[in-house]
Design a protein. Structure first.
Length: 111
C-alpha cells in the first residue's frame, strides 16, 4: 500500500491548481494508507496514474460547496475510486448526472 499519494499524477497537468485546491480539503491520515494500487492510463500525450482504491473520509458538504465546478468534478472523480461501495456509487452518480452545457448526461445501468 502507498502511504504518500501524488494526486497530481491522477489528472492532466492543466488541472494542477484545481487538484491542489481539492487536496487541501482532504482530512489528514496519520499512519494509515491513503490509496492502494494504481491504474496507469494514457490521456492524450500524458501518462496518468489513477488510484485503484482511495481510503479517505468524505469531505463535508459545506467544504465541497466552496469549490469551483471544476474542483468539485475532480473531487467526485477521486471518490469514484473510494473503498466504500456506497460512497463510490454516490459519486459515480454525481459524475454521470452532472449538467454540461445545458444538457443532462445520464447513463442507464442494467444487470
Amino acid at each position: 500500500m502507498q502511504m504518500k499519494t501524488n494526486w497530481l499524477q491522477a489528472f492532466p497537468q492543466s488541472c494542477a491548481g484545481d487538484v491542489e485546491a481539492v487536496r487541501r480539503l482532504f482530512p489528514h491520515r496519520l499512519f494509515r494508507p491513503v490509496t492502494w494500487g494504481t491504474i496507469e492510463i494514457a490521456y492524450w500525450q500524458e501518462k496518468l496514474n489513477l488510484p485503484s482504491r482511495v481510503y479517505l473520509d468524505e469531505v463535508p458538504e459545506v467544504k465541497i460547496e466552496t469549490l469551483t465546478k471544476q474542483q468539485r468534478w475532480l473531487l467526485y472523480c477521486l471518490y469514484t475510486r473510494h473503498h466504500n461501495g456506497y460512497i463510490r456509487e454516490k459519486y459515480v452518480h454525481s459524475t454521470i448526472t452532472r449538467r454540461t452545457g445545458g444538457y443532462r448526461l445520464g447513463v442507464a445501468l442494467s444487470d
